[in-house]
Write a protein that binds this ligand. Sequence first.
Ligand code: UGA
Length: 432
Amino acid sequence: MKIAIIGVGYVGLPSGVGFAELGHEVVCVDKIEAKIQALNEGKLTLYENGLEELFQKNIKTGRLLFTTDTKMAVQDADVVLLAVGTPQDPKTNEADLRYIYQAAKELAPFVTKYCVIANKSTVPVGTAEAVESIIKEHNPMADFDVVSLPEFLREGFAISDFFNPDRIVVGTEAPRAREVLEQLYAPFKDKTEMLFVKRRSSEVIKYASNSFLAMKIHYINEMANFCENAGADINEVAKGIGLDSRIGKKFLNAGPGFGGGCFPKDTNAMAKMAEKFGARLSLIETTIAKNYQRKADMAQRVLNALSSPKGKIAILGLAFKGGTDDVRESPSMEILYQLLPVAAEISVYDPKALENAKQELGEKVSYAQDIYEACQDAEVVAILTEWEIFRNIDLERLKSVMKTPNIVDLRNMLNAQAAKAAGFSYSCIGLK
Ligand code: UGA
């Protein structure tokens, strides 16, 4: 099939590569010329585990093209996927839909044969209807259906999630659109449940899923606080409750709070949407508020570990989670901002996110090329992102470079006993 993807970001790019790998002809469109040029030269514009190999393979086949020309991508397409950003509006906390609406307006004139326009971006209830109206308004003759096609892939696991989705949700009641989508996802037929629902249900499923997961993280973080006071170990408690299949093992890692381009904005958008529809969601409202508080509390923990008020702090991990270079709404970055006015010096290291962090932080911190350089003469090292390499820190070497052997491990990466045995003052989450 011929697929056009509008928006080449953390969703559009891995999806484009994935559909090309499945044998579809994919044309990806973005407004940023430098991005398109880089991609056409075979240079990836974001880091995602496992993406490079498939990307290189598929540009060579000619099934994966990049352009700034919407017409070229849309005019022959059987399916147009909208994967543009829906950032949080800073004034209202709602999802800002301007890029979706703009994309709909721009593609409308080029819908010259029947096609399915699918919203992959996370959008509030009623957006599919709004996109449909915009296209009709700008091209009254167009033959098309707009469906909601929420994306559930995680950054860092985007490729494996693309090929092994838990479910494929399609919001449409149009038989023709259903047929096209069944064809698009034919390779998943025998291994993944494909759920056809009303468009509005599909739009809610996306927000309700992310909000539920965010609440689960908030729950385990609060439980971690409780374990610290009650003399229990959150790692043991999470394992014990997770073995109940109704609760599930996943998303029970206590940490510094959730971040990223999705949970913070989607929980806010969900809460706002609920308010508008007159059915407030108090659990989600609490989750949002407590997640802000969590980052302040975690910054305080790092400060408490400083022996002098103006000591050097080393930060390991800036990405909002391991496996990505994305620093959007990263708990590490937010904690770092709270430490900046207090610490004499902050040195940072991240295996993939240094460049993105630099764009935000500029000269405010020093950038190290490895763990030990970051920790040189530091009074405390804070582990803030769950990069696997942090598990294998050489504790003896770390101790030899630090001014005082102090670890604040907000991702529970290290073995507490081993760290203490190596002479560190060690604090982590949910265990005293
Ligand atoms: C999330 C969802 O997991 C995806 O299903 C969804 O498609 C995506 O948002 C989206 O809407 O586009 P993502 O933002 O990539 O994916 O990251 P997650 O793995 O969900 O992690 C989000 C945050 O929660 C991170 O800061 C992570 O460190 C934190 N987290 C996650 C925890 O603190 N504990 C956990 O047990 C799991």
